[in-house]
Design a protein around this ligand. Sequence first.
Ligand SMILES: [Zn+2]
Length: 145
Amino acid sequence: MQCTQPNCSEPAAFRYAWPWGQTGACCQGCLPGVQQNAKNLDRELAFSPVGRSERTTDRPPPPGSEELSAEVFELRSQVEGSALRIASLERENEALREKLQAAELDLAQVRSALEEAPIEDPDAGDESKVEGPPLGAAAAAPARP
Ligand SMILES: [Zn+2]
């Protein structure tokens, strides 16, 4: 494995991983620059010496790492729980949005019906009729001469 820094082809001494998953490798000489980059970006870089994973496979985990992995596990399950909750809230939100759309459609229909409906009795000549025509009668009634 070689150093992935620009203009460098030294053998890599460290692997690193950015919090967003991007990984790289650098040689001893490029290490300070990479660390400075991480500092500039205000990000934590996880460094691991190249070859470490091979060497540690048959060794017990270093002290404290079990505690750490328990904590990581706990945090992961919290994240998973949050993700599930977010997903369910998103579904709920979607359902509510559909309901809202339906309600808005109803409202628009009621509004346009209200706009079309005469505010005053169109049969102005027929003032003797106090009650007015029953609902729908205006549309059903034949046009006046
Ligand atoms: Zn380098």
